[in-house]
Design a protein around this ligand. Structure first.
Ligand SMILES: *Cc1c(COP(=O)(O)O)cnc(C)c1O
Length: 465
């Protein structure tokens, strides 16, 4: 059979809000033109994020009932620990309430001001947590990975030559660890090859620098390795995941992604001192080390979800939905990041809106147009999320790319939902000249995209003008 179907049927439904344009116009204005500030009840198709938005399976719902809510040493913790160890092999495993909690504690315990942390591309929370302790987060993506339209596979790979250069010039003493993000969320959901992870590990070992995997989409990355990296076609996703984690000294994980859960995360490592320091801060801010800020039932749902994410039929279906959206948009001429990534389709908002400058935040204009046109919520990954004001500078520096992400919640939307999104995008694409510039009228010092207020810009302005 050529048709790849959803490898599940629907046991419970959830009504989708169908809204009018005038309603959406009013709601977006009330939300200060920032879709993060909209109420979910005003959104028809929510592609804001794939984080914690997935549908749990009946096996996960059943597992919730097994939740052991004992404060310390619960049975749920044991099942969680066993599953995480089976996948990652780490000696020490700590639950956290989500991925950024693991990142925060890792940064607080291992980094000091002036340190450097390379990564293929830091995710926004990872970068923010590193910068919060005064360290520097460096993106070390290959040149091919930065080329939006290159059709090469494994565009999430780390640039080994540049990494070596950074180690030589900055000194390994100033690099307490190096990270690699699988798949590379900020870079378009592009996977990292096993060969690249292995080479990074070899290079780091020579300089005694530990490797930390940002493992949020470890199962999707394993699927890409199986499908596209020579030598892995006969390996199970579990075997590939095992091999990947064997190369790591530690990992941070958000169970809201490939844990197929609505909340949760973990940190894993081999080093006893790392574990000791992590545990102490975990107790201070997250909870006792056998629950880490999660309910026993959450630990159960994650333990089941982590394994379901490694089921081949599930990953094949998931990838097919992303491919379907990507190829439909390419056929209509919409500029998107190629090839399709693991969890999302990324639109090149700069190419979509050539009449706008980065300082007009074309991604915000496109995101808002998608909402107004069809109640679809997407997210900007451009100069609002990644642009910054350098110290002493009066002007912002633009992000390297202006992207808009349509993220795919796991097991939530059907093909007709995606057909609807494609139609909305097609309408916006044909009227793209009408996409308007925006200005920031209010912002926070960190992660400003979540809470910023925007107003329509009168006249387009250029950065530095
Ligand atoms: C989501 C994500 C995180 C942060 O996880 P949260 O659970 O949202 O705190 C870190 N890194 C990557 C690559 C992610 O996608």
């Amino acid at each position: 059979m050529h048709t790849i179907i959803e490898p599940f049927r629907i046991k419970m439904t959830e009504a989708l809000p169908i809204t009018t344009r005038s309603h959406r116009v009013a709601r977006l204005a009330a939300a200060h033109n920032n879709v993060f500030l909209l109420d979910a009840e005003d959104i028809t198709i929510d592609l804001l994020t794939d984080s914690g938005t997935g549908a749990m399976s009946e096996r996960q719902w059943a597992a919730l009932m097994l939740g052991d809510e004992s404060y310390a040493g619960s049975m749920s913790w044991r099942r969680f620990e066993k599953t995480v160890r089976e996948i990652t092999g780490f000696k020490h495993i700590f639950p956290t309430h989500q991925g950024r909690a693991a990142e925060r504690i890792l940064a607080a315990t291992r980094l000091k001001a002036g340190d450097i942390v390379p990564n293929n591309s830091h995710f926004d929370t990872t970068r923010a947590n590193i910068e919060y302790v005064g360290a520097k987060a460096l993106d070390v993506l290959t040149p091919e990975g930065q080329d939006i339209y290159s059709e090469l596979r494994f565009k999430g790979n780390m640039d080994l030559a540049r990494l070596e250069q950074i180690i030589k010039t900055k000194g390994s003493n100033n690099i307490p660890f190096c990270m690699i993000t699988v798949t590379n969320n900020a870079g378009g959901g592009q996977p990292v090859s096993m060969e690249n992870i292995r080479a990074v590990k070899q290079l780091l070992s020579k300089h005694r620098i530990p490797l930390v995997i940002d493992a949020c989409r470890y199962a999707e990355n394993s699927y890409f390795i199986k499908e596209y990296e020579p030598g892995f076609a006969d390996h199970s996703l579990m075997d590939i995941a095992n091999e990947m984690f064997q190369l790591a000294d530690a990992a941070t994980m958000s169970a809201k992604k490939d844990g197929l859960a609505n909340i949760g995360g973990f940190f894993g490592c081999h080093d006893d001192q790392w574990a000791e320091d992590f545990r102490n801060l975990l107790i201070l801010t997250e909870g006792f080390p056998t629950y880490g800020g999660l309910a026993g039932r959450d630990l159960e749902a994650i333990a089941v979800g982590l394994k379901e994410a490694l089921e081949y039929d599930y990953q094949r279906y998931r990838h097919a939905t992303v491919e379907y959206m990507a190829s439909s948009l390419i056929a209509r001429g919409v500029p998107i990041v190629r090839p399709a990534g693991g969890h999302a389709v990324f639109i090149d908002a700069a190419a979509f809106c050539p009449h706008l400058e980065p300082s007009d935040y074309p991604g915000i204009g496109l995101v808002n147009a998608l909402y107004l046109e069809g109640g679809v919520r997407a997210v900007e990954l451009g100069s609002v999320m990644f642009g910054r004001r350098l110290e002493g500078a009066s002007e912002e520096t633009a992000a390297p790319r202006e992207l808009v992400r349509l993220a795919f919640p796991r097991r939530v939307y059907t093909q007709s939902h995606f057909d609807y999104v494609i139609e909305v995008l097609d309408l916006v694409w044909r009227r793209r000249d009408a996409i308007l510039p925006y200005r920031i009228t209010r912002q926070a010092p960190f992660l400003r995209h979540f809470t910023a207020h925007f107003a329509l810009g009168e006249t387009p302005a250029a950065f530095g003008a």
